[in-house]
Design a protein around this ligand. Structure first.
Ligand code: SF4
Length: 217
């Protein structure tokens, strides 16, 4: 594929997103939650852990800690034990308790609804903030860039960057804002089903004609 200008890149990206939507019509966040705070907790737990494992852990966790106050008042050693299997449990427990205390004390028990404010909570970076704002509130303030989104956006030639923040800036430039939330979910689905980290299934990939990395593995 020859080097394309921004107009061509945007047009190709639109086709990519349209095809992804067609193939994954039910694409959505795979973490289980009932409230925005539960999604925040689940997203903190999902760092370096599969959504499947997080869902197993939160099934009991959300029964034991029923609201923000319960997490804010949690005994740290007990919470560490409760979330141990998600990995990095010490940092995660500390972040969940601290963030819950701040939400209860400074935000009247409501999750802040702007990226600037939500990323000030402990354990919440741009990715976690974008997931919570997008999925719980339908607010597109950024694009959540995880390992699938990074890898496939690079393979598709939508960004040459490796740093998630720089990848996000590139993507925000070429993807219409209305698709910022769904884009991450679509790429996660495609990464799990076809464009896997080690063995991408290029031969059966519906994006093959639009992908500069087709069959280059
Ligand atoms: S053609 Fe290959 S590299 Fe490109 S998106 Fe499909 S599976 Fe991934």
């Amino acid at each position: 594929m020859e080097k394309e200008d921004i107009k061509e890149l945007k047009a190709r990206t639109r086709k990519v997103v349209a095809l992804l939507k067609r193939h994954y019509p039910d694409s959505k966040c795979s973490l289980n939650f009932k409230t925005a705070h539960q999604l925040l907790v689940a997203t903190i737990l999902s760092a370096q852990c599969t959504d499947e494992r997080v869902n197993i852990v939160t099934r009991d966790l959300f029964k034991k800690y029923r609201n923000i106050k319960a997490f804010a008042d949690a005994d740290i050693s007990m919470l560490e034990d409760d979330i141990r299997s998600t990995g990095f449990y010490k940092n995660k427990a500390k972040a969940i308790i601290k963030a819950s205390k701040i939400i209860a004390a400074e935000f009247g028990g409501k999750i802040p609804q702007t990226l600037d404010r939500i990323v000030k909570l402990p354990g919440v970076g741009r990715k976690t903030g974008s997931v919570v704002l997008g999925t719980a509130f339908g607010k597109a303030e950024g694009i959540a860039v995880d390992t699938h989104v990074s890898r496939i956006s690079q393979r598709l030639g939508l960004t040459p960057e490796k740093d998630p923040v720089k990848i996000e800036i590139d993507l925000m430039e070429i993807i219409p804002k209305k698709d910022w939330i769904i884009y991450s979910h679509l790429l996660i689905d495609h990464g799990r089903a076809v464009c896997k980290a080690r063995k991408p299934g290029c031969s059966g990939c519906f994006l093959a004609k639009l992908c500069p990395s087709f069959d280059s593995f």
